[in-house]
Write a protein that binds this ligand. Structure first.
Ligand SMILES: [Zn+2]
Length: 389
């Protein structure tokens, strides 16, 4: 027998051991279950209600966690050895009733007793998202949900910039960006993701720099390509929400049609001069399906009726207002909060400082989302300007 085994045998003779079921019963009667494993072990799962104190800081933390030395303690580690040493230390600190969980967490799990997965939020995340954690509507569960979410932004331009910035700040775990353009100096009046120094570089690369500087925890997935009938479904698939900040009808219809087919919410925004509009198109919404973009506008207007992109001006702050409303709707959808802008078109008139709301009905005869319709396929419309995003 080596020194460690001898010491363990000595401890076993002195420290009472309990089975997992006995520990569960003790816990139900008010005993504190103290988990002395390392943080990375605890992250894999622990006993519900256990105090994750860790062996290294046990003496420092126990007094605050269990101020009453008469309260019974059950100490748990991985396999039942470390807990014997920890139990002895706790008895020495004055705790009157200390036992050790025989077989540790491995045996607890092996006997099929309940297991809790503790928060995945580390100290840095707790600090970063503290204002979210304070809100019961978000809290830890909501923040983890945001961190597990995937949002695809169509366009890293005027609408995509503020939306992407705030979604990254909020901790949305994966942000996909679709944009085939490069940064132009005339973009900088509204496309705040980009900088003068990055004129000429790809918008996706420029956006990635900006977003990762703001929040390194966010994964930015870039797609430097133009959406087409060939790639739209593959690009959108796997995301939770699509934010459409595109500036042309061809893209807008492709995004709508793919969202209809995949059942995804399409958070639509558009701006023109002093006016903006937004809505959430979501025929795939469980229980209460909403209209799609085609329920509102069946087909794109003829190109000669739309202004060219160079002619269509926009007040630089306008896409900021609309893009942030798109980000707000996106976060509500991800968290399942409030009343989403489904079946409603919200219009903003900056000059009059007025919001108006129009209700949009689902068209049961819509070619794409109508009742009992089979998907008619994707259409590559001619690319012309829809607004100045
Ligand atoms: Zn429709």
């Amino acid at each position: 027998m080596n020194a460690r085994d001898r010491r363990l045998a000595e401890l076993k003779a002195r420290i009472p051991e309990v089975t997992p079921r006995e520990a569960l019963a003790l816990q139900a009667r008010g005993a504190a279950l103290v988990d002395v494993r390392e943080a990375d072990e605890i992250a894999q799962g622990t006993v519900p209600g256990a105090l994750p104190l860790g062996r290294g800081f046990l003496e420092l933390r126990i007094e605050q966690a269990v101020p009453d030395p008469q309260r019974p303690l059950v100490v748990m580690c991985g396999s039942g050895a470390r807990s014997l040493f920890a139990a002895e230390d706790l008895a020495r600190l004055g705790y009157g009733s200390v036992s050790s969980l025989a077989g540790g967490f491995a045996r607890w799990k092996g006997e099929g007793l309940p297991v809790a997965r503790p928060s995945a939020l580390d100290a840095a995340a707790r600090e970063r998202y503290s204002r979210h954690l304070l809100m019961p509507e978000v809290g830890e569960a909501g923040q983890r949900r945001l961190m597990d979410s995937k949002v695809l932004l169509i366009g890293a331009g005027g609408l995509g910039s503020p939306a992407a910035y705030y979604l990254a700040a909020a901790g949305v775990g994966t942000l996909g960006l679709v944009d085939h353009d490069v940064v132009d100096r005339s973009n900088l009046q509204r496309q705040i993701l980009h900088t003068d120094a990055r004129v000429g570089s790809s918008k996706v690369a420029s956006a990635r720099l900006a977003l990762q500087a703001l929040n390194p925890g966010v994964q930015v997935v870039g797609h430097e390509t133009q959406l087409s009938r060939e790639n739209v479904e593959r690009l959108l698939d796997g995301y939770d929400v699509v934010v459409d900040g595109s500036d042309n009808f061809a893209t807008r219809y492709l995004v709508n049609d793919a969202c209809v087919k995949l059942g995804l919410p399409d958070v639509h925004g558009a701006v023109y001069r002093f006016e903006g509009q937004l809505s959430v198109f979501w025929p795939g919404r469980p229980q209460r399906p909403g209209p799609c973009y085609r329920c509102l506008y069946r087909e794109p207007p003829p190109p000669e009726l739309a202004p060219s992109c160079a002619e269509a001006g926009v007040l630089g702050v306008l896409p900021g207002v609309i893009g942030l409303l798109q980000a707000t709707e996106t976060i509500k959808l991800l968290l399942g909060l409030g009343e989403p802008l489904v079946g409603r078109l919200l219009c903003f008139d900056a000059l009059r400082a007025r919001f108006t709301e129009l209700s949009i009905e689902r068209d049961p005869n819509c070619r794409y989302c109508g009742d009992g319709r089979s998907f008619p396929g994707y259409i590559d419309y001619e690319r012309f300007c829809a607004s100045t995003a």
